[in-house]
Design a protein around this ligand. Structure first.
Ligand code: ADP
Ligand code: MG
Length: 821
């Protein structure tokens, strides 16, 4: 047994003599493992130690020399603790002034959170970078007091290595530096209070079917009653006389202040007395806050100061940020609210900055490609536009010219066309496709549902076939329901090049679909597709030009950050003659007025949408609620009308069928959950009633409202919140005030955060954002400015001072190429 360790010591000594240049053994120190691991196990060395040695050596090569010395030393310290008498390996010599070059071998794959949408790694910035001492890649079992069982539990929190711990940010903090005395609490506030337990008791209620745990704490200024419903075990864990801290919202019961179901914890005396801000981490069963806090503290206080900052000092200073080490220390153990704020700023900056650098790099990557060159004379394009039944708006003209310039650039277009609902994106995309088609190449148009694809097909037929340039048969529709024989014909036409333009759904992605020469790809409602789907379509051509479209208005700061890899065209203008949808907020008891307006619109030959929110959690109750509401409206309110029903539990083809019937006028009103198709164009629908409007975000309300007001007639949108709450109604007022999706989006972003805008992007990028809020426009601007400036100075990050950054960035983006759409 000794001999395995002795061998190790021999190599480590040799390595120390060679100034930790990884040449003690040919092929690097990791080669030792080839024989050592087996030997060590055979000689009975425990698995934990074998793993620790193996982890250390595998990552050894990727370390800077001084970090290598540190890592061998720390490993050896561990071995010695188990086997005293082995002797030291010599201490590291003074830092050798060798700059390491050519790290050919990649290090251990980092653990990554799964990122199905984007296929990108979201490991946190700085995690696993070279300047990180290798010990940070070590399993948590290297810590005193953490055994394999604990390690398994910690893994549930995504904590596998010491490095993960550094980035395991507290869920919240208890600020003992500013505790609030009980006599100064007031109703409605959320606070943390500390006190001593005076009484604890369980009390059965409802004849013993349930129980209430009641406790009273006193802090010397007053007493506060605590209650927990149906958690009888709480009483067993609370002892009279014990000090606890409780966090929650102050409520009122029979004139006294109470806290219902508070989070609680036993107080660790040291926290109380130090007046500190104490981190509270997310827990999982079987570990306690106190234990976890101690472990994290151990790791952070030792390692954070040893980290080399991946942000070059120049950027850190320009952006006025603390160092990484300082930020990590402060985020786990803030000295003050101010230093916590700065720490969070720094960590959030990193995230946005990395995001920006990543998209900039991707943009450069695709810009380096070459693509088919298209030139179309002004007069031909103008002639084509003249054949349209209307004049293009200025915004449409601008977007079209931008697309045209892309097609003329010789580089693949990668453009996001963003335009409010009804701004007329389809025709712009169609004219772009036409430029590619008139030159003899092919185009594909993909939409998320059959009904949208079919709608595009009809529009494109009108634009391109009926008015001339495309011979019939060269434009086809391909959806899942297309009969197999017809599909065969379409596929043959696409493969031979006889079909020039195909419109379809996911059916386009199927393997047998091949193109003779696909050069222009349009993806409508892009957020409805995953990255793989978008790139699957693109892959059917060779670097085709790509236009992705979205009707979800995204505030500019956000768009530039999250979609920074795409060029952006914004259509901020609606075709003339569009009337703003008249929007009213009605109180619940004024609902009858809404019904009256619906009846009068239907009497005038128009159609109505009735939308209601799903508050129910389970899908089953959702379905029941939908059906019940439909029945109620049909029987009690509109017995003389035909009402369709659309809900999320229907199959796509069932939904399509209902929508088609509605469009064909077979239903006068459509009762629907929010599944009602974005992008569906039913000009005859002029009124929309939205129940429970307070449950929706502004962006979503705006999308819903966009289903009406698409024809020449005045349209209405009636918002009925299900209770009166001034704050929420104020939000709804914004809907009544403006029809401008961008204004509403800005407000929504302020109020609800970016979730609704991001769709697939959210899971793709923003899951990497633990700390940054995409609503923090100032931070975004700051990070963006710095990223752009750096990208100008040193696009390849080849300069010395950017070395660490370059590697941290590679790690953040998983080293792979993401898709640009
Ligand atoms: P979206 O941008 O929401 O996809 P569409 O492309 O579906 O909008 O267009 C909405 C409607 O506006 C369609 O009926 C289309 O024919 C019409 N339209 C598009 N451009 C113009 C224009 N410049 N003038 C008048 N109507 C237009
Ligand atoms: Mg559309």
């Amino acid at each position: 047994m000794q001999s395995s360790f002795e061998k190790l010591k021999k190599f480590f000594r040799l390595e120390a003599e060679k100034n930790y240049n990884d040449q003690a053994i040919i092929g690097g120190l990791a080669k030792v493992l080839d024989f050592w691991e087996g030997e060590a196990r055979a000689s009975g060395i425990d698995e934990e130690t074998v793993q620790a040695v193996s982890t250390c050596l595998r990552g050894y090569h990727d370390l800077a020399p001084e970090a290598r010395a540190e890592s061998l030393k720390s490993l050896w310290g561990r071995v010695q603790a188990q086997r005293p008498g082995l002797g030291d390996i010599p201490p590291a010599p003074a830092r050798p002034a060798v700059m390491e070059t050519g790290r050919a071998k990649p290090s251990q794959p980092q653990q990554r959170r799964p990122q199905p949408e984007a296929g990108r790694s979201a490991s946190v910035p700085g995690a696993g970078t070279r300047q990180r001492p290798i010990a940070l890649n070590a399993s948590l079992t290297v810590l005193a007091g953490v055994g394999p069982r604990h390690a398994q539990t910690l893994e549930k929190l995504d904590l596998k290595t010491l490095g993960d711990m550094l980035y395991f940010f507290p869920r919240r903090y208890d600020d003992y530096s500013q505790l609030k005395p009980i006599h100064r609490l007031f109703y409605g506030e959320s606070v943390t209070v500390v006190g001593t337990l005076q009484t604890v008791a369980n009390r059965p209620v409802r004849g013993g079917a349930s129980s209430i745990t009641e406790a009273v704490i006193n802090d010397g200024t007053g007493a506060l009653r605590l209650t927990w419903f149906n958690q009888p075990w709480v009483a067993n864990r609370l002892a009279v006389g014990e000090a606890i801290s409780v966090s929650g919202k102050i409520d009122q019961y029979l004139g006294r202040l109470v806290m219902n179901s508070p989070d609680w914890e036993s107080i660790e005396a040291e926290n109380l007395h130090t007046n500190r801000i104490v981190p509270i981490y997310s827990l999982t069963a079987t570990i306690t806050q106190k234990w976890l806090r101690k472990i994290v503290h151990q790791v952070v206080s030792y390692w954070a100061p040893k980290l080399t900052d991946h942000l070059p000092a120049s950027i850190r200073e320009a952006a006025q940020l603390p160092t990484l080490g300082e930020a990590l220390l402060q985020v786990h153990h803030p000295d003050s609210q101010e230093s916590l704020r700065q720490a969070r700023q720094r960590l959030a900056f990193d995230e946005i900055f990395f995001l920006q650098m990543g998209v900039l790099r991707q943009k450069r990557e695709w810009q380096a490609g070459t693509a088919r060159f298209y030139e179309v004379p002004d007069d031909e394009l103008a002639e084509r536009a003249r054949l349209l039944p209307y004049t293009l708006t200025n915004a449409q003209q601008r977007a079209l010219q931008e697309i045209r310039a892309d097609l003329r650039s010789g580089r693949p277009m990668n453009r996001l066309l963003q335009g409010d609902v009804g701004s007329g994106k389809t025709v712009v995309a169609a004219l772009g496709a036409w430029i590619a088609i008139q030159a003899g190449t092919q185009a594909a148009f993909m939409a998320p549902t059959a009904i949208l694809a079919e709608q595009h097909y009809r529009n494109l037929s009108a634009l391109l076939v009926e008015t001339g340039p495309l011979p019939p048969g060269s434009l086809r529709l391909l959806v899942g329901d297309t009969p197999e024989a017809e599909k065969d014909g379409i596929r043959a036409g696409l493969a031979s090049g006889q079909v020039k333009l195909v419109v379809g759904t996911h059916a386009l992605l199927e393997d047998p679909v091949t193109f003779a020469d696909l050069q222009f790809v349009v993806i409508d409602e892009q957020h409805r597709f995953g990255v793989e789907q978008r790139s699957a379509l693109r892959a059917k051509g060779a670097e085709p030009h790509l236009l992705v479209m979205t009707a979800t208005p995204i505030p500019r700061s956000l768009a530039l950050t999250v979609y920074g890899d795409l060029d952006l065209s914004v259509m901020d203008e609606l075709p003339p003659g569009r009337q703003a949808v008249e929007t009213h907020i009605l109180r619940p008891r004024e609902r009858e007025r809404a019904y009256t307006l619906i009846r009068s619109q239907v009497a005038a030959g128009r159609q109505a949408f009735i939308i209601y929110p799903l508050i129910e959690e389970s899908e089953k109750s959702e379905l029941l609620a939908a059906k019940a509401e439909h029945l109620r409206l049909q029987q009690e309110v509109f017995p003389d009308l035909k009402l369709g029903l659309l809900h999320g539990r229907m199959r796509p083809d069932e939904k399509d069928e209902v929508m088609l019937k509605f469009r064909a006028g077979e239903f006068q009103a459509l009762v629907s959950t929010t599944v009602v198709e974005v992008g569906v164009d039913i000009p005859n629908a002029t009124i929309m009633l939205i129940e429970g409007a307070n449950h929706f975000g502004l962006a979503q309300l705006h999308q819903l409202r966009g289903r009406v007001g698409r024809g020449p007639d005045q349209s209405y949108c009636l918002l009925v919140p299900d209770h009166e709450d001034s704050a929420e109604n104020q939000r709804l007022e914004a809907m009544a005030e403006t029809n401008d999706g961008f204004i509403l989006a800005e407000r929504d972003l302020e109020q609800r955060g970016p979730g609704e805008f991001l769709g697939a992007r959210q899971s793709g990028y923003a899951t990497g954002l633990q700390m940054a809020s995409l609503t923090d426009v100032r931070l975004i601007d700051k990070a963006r400015t710095q990223a752009l400036a750096l990208f100008e100075r040193d696009p390849d990050l080849g300069q010395e001072e950017n070395q660490y950054l370059s590697e941290a960035l590679t790690r953040f983006w998983g080293g792979g190429k993401g898709d640009v759409s």
